[in-house]
Design a protein around this ligand. Structure first.
Ligand SMILES: C[S@@+](CC[C@H](N)C(=O)[O-])C[C@H]1O[C@@H](n2cnc3c(N)ncnc32)[C@H](O)[C@@H]1O
Length: 289
């Protein structure tokens, strides 16, 4: 009877070899993307990267990750597509309504004490989070003394964010979120329904600047009173998370607020000692030193 050699991790020797090879191909592709286009995905969580890149390999009907690398190097359009694949743009208006409630409860009173606030929404995707924040600030009579800098690595999503037209099919869910988030008016006051979708009131964007910014590579560009970066670092490895925490720490004013996603935490950061928890569940932190 033929004996198939097995590794201690339960994989056959051939299976382990295939995985090792795939890892080399993946590392080479990420290095190539970085050197050719300057996008640095080398410290993104590998499991999700591998899944997304293999999906692109299949869709392009290519034999291997190396073949995709070859295409990427020569064709910027393939890079643009991969950027969309890798940047995972899932978002929603008033995503996690309890977070927005906590923001109203803990952050709004602090903002009232400032004559002017600069807010950075990092990894804003197609903008739903930014429109939600603008609505919340408007309802708290704080919007006219705020400026929101909304950034993302991906220029395509920023373009959609600037348009501010979101699918009508999602308005029912968003209305529910808005109510759960402590919304004070009728959600439909903020948009006009049309063939293309729900077009949000342009005046909501009067104090918003959208710009491309790469958290893995770019530097601080201002000092902020609030930084909101939700559901972005979850895709980063520990070392990249550390870089981003450092960037945020350098960009936050003393007593500034940092808001993370439900599955993200400052606890693992070297800066944890400089922050107090305003709300542990909603991941709201305040820089105290
Ligand atoms: C899952 S979405 C989160 C959107 C929004 N913050 C929310 O919570 O609904 C993650 C966003 O992070 C962006 N992103 C990923 N890597 C980034 C990087 N290195 N710099 C800036 N943005 C990045 C993606 O393009 C994507 O739009």
């Amino acid at each position: 009877m033929a004996v198939r050699q097995q590794h201690s991790d339960g994989l056959t020797v051939a299976g382990r070899e295939a995985l090792d090879l795939e890892k080399i191909e993946l590392d080479c592709l990420l290095e190539a993307v970085y050197r050719r286009y300057g996008f640095d995905f080398r410290e993104y969580a590998p499991a999700s990267l591998r899944r997304r890149i293999n999906r692109r390999v299949k869709l392009e009907e290519l034999p291997s990750i190396s073949a995709l690398q070859d295409q990427l190097l020569r064709n910027p359009e393939v890079m643009q597509q991969l950027l969309l694949d890798l940047s995972i743009n899932v978002t929603a208006m008033f995503r996690d309504p309890t977070f927005h409630l906590a923001f109203r409860e803990h952050v709004v009173p602090l903002l009232r004490t400032y004559p002017f606030t600069r807010i950075w929404v990092a990894g804003c995707s197609t903008g739903e989070e930014v429109y939600s924040l603008a609505i919340l600030l408007e309802e708290e009579s704080l919007y006219d003394r705020a400026r929101i800098y909304a950034t993302d690595i991906n220029e395509d999503v920023l373009e959609r964010a600037r348009l501010g037209v979101f699918p009508l099919a999602r308005m029912q869910d968003y209305t529910r979120n808005y109510i759960g988030a402590g919304g004070k008016r009728s959600f439909s006051d903020y948009y006009t329904s049309g063939y293309d979708g729900a077009a949000f009131d342009r005046s909501l964007m009067r104090n918003v600047v959208f710009a491309q910014h790469n958290l893995a590579m770019d530097h601080s560009f201002n000092e902020f009173h609030v930084i909101v970066c939700r559901n972005v670092m979850i895709y980063f490895e520990r070392s990249l998370q550390q870089r981003v925490f450092e960037l945020f720490d350098a960009s936050l004013a003393r007593l500034g607020i940092l808001a993370l996603g439900h599955k993200e935490s400052l606890r693992t950061s070297a800066h944890a000692g400089s922050y107090e928890e305003l709300d542990a569940v909603e991941r709201l932190y305040r820089k105290v030193r």
